[in-house]
Design a protein around this ligand. Structure first.
Ligand code: NDP
Length: 280
């Protein structure tokens, strides 16, 4: 059953396109279970799905999308170019493979997954994404994990990404990367928005706010992202958590509560996953 009661907010990107601000991510979703899990997410009401070639589950995502009967223009589908695919010909081939697995003629957003600073420069690959966008194979283009150290090389091409998808949650707020993105109206997608389940956010002020307003810690965390203008797609294998996370779109936080969560930032010490400098 589709949950019709939750209205998912949208954002306008710097290329004029619209994106649902709350979606569903499928990192570490078992390929054998992906079709069922994405079907559950679509039934819950999610319309924005974030996958990647490296997740190995694009086929399952594609099967769930096809079986859903949901009109293509109501869906927002993102996939990402893996690190071993670079340069014009290989990038084009990689997107073609992803589209075939997804069963789509275009994605809504295609991202370079990591900057891979110790291998080849991302410039030719980035310019290829712009060509693929102009050909209609992806509606929008962006980068992922291009923090303030790596985004400048992309900006120098003059092709401005619509999105930068980076690790971001209350104890790791990436202030330098988000400030640089804001200068260019690049929207931030926060991956690991719940800290990937590795941080006990219920034991922080988030738990206190949650108890006071009658929400869960995860809902408060998602509501904080949304109130801060970021795009999020928390992952869960469990239908009840899919519903819980989607309902966060209806959770309102006061400015004081947002500020209290802002104060949890620990800078670089708050990172829980890989540093882009080390992913090659
Ligand atoms: P999240 O921050 O979304 O956390 C997922 C974890 O939180 C899972 O263990 C899940 O467990 C648990 N969880 C989900 N909902 C709740 C809830 N309501 N209460 C308690 N626990 C909950 O981490 P992800 O790494 O999955 O990030 C989200 C998405 O971001 C990914 O799926 C992927 O699409 C993207 N991503 C992108 C990366 C990149 O390099 N560009 C890197 C990593 C992620 P369970 O499933 O058991 O419910």
């Amino acid at each position: 059953m589709t949950n019709e009661s939750t209205t998912i907010p949208t954002l306008e990107l710097n290329d004029g396109r619209t994106i649902p601000q709350l979606g569903f991510g499928v990192f570490k979703v078992d390929p054998a279970e992906t079709e069922r899990i994405v079907t559950d997410a679509l039934e819950a009401g999610y319309r924005h799905i974030d996958t990647a070639a490296i997740y190995g589950n694009e086929e399952g995502v594609g099967r769930a999308l096809a079986a859903s009967g949901i009109a293509r223009d109501e869906l927002f589908v993102t996939t990402k170019l893996w690190n071993d695919r670079r340069g014009a010909a290989d990038t084009r081939a990689a997107l073609g493979e992803s589209l075939e697995k997804l069963g789509l003629s275009h994605v809504d957003l295609y991202l370079i997954h990591w900057p891979t600073p110790q291998t080849v420069s991302p410039v030719e690959t980035w310019e290829t994404l712009a060509t693929l966008r102009d050909e209609g194979l992806t509606t929008s283009i962006g980068v992922s994990n291009f923090d303030e150290r790596y985004l400048p090389a992309i900006l120098e091409t003059g092709v401005i990404p619509a999105i930068n998808q980076i690790e971001l949650h209350p104890q790791f707020q990436q202030r330098a990367a988000t400030a640089l993105a804001a200068e260019h109206a690049i929207a931030i997608e926060a991956w690991g928005p719940l800290g990937q389940g590795k941080v006990d956010y219920a034991a922080t002020v988030i738990g206190e706010i949650a108890e006071r307003i009658g929400a869960s810690w995860a809902q408060v965390t998602i509501a904080w992202h949304l109130a801060s203008g970021r795009i999020v797609f928390p992952k869960s294998n469990r239908r009840e958590r899919m519903d819980e996370n989607l309902a966060a779109a209806g959770v309102q936080l006061s400015a004081a509560d947002v500020a209290a969560i802002d104060a949890l930032d620990q800078g670089a010490a708050g990172r829980v996953a890989s540093d882009p400098a080390e992913v090659n």
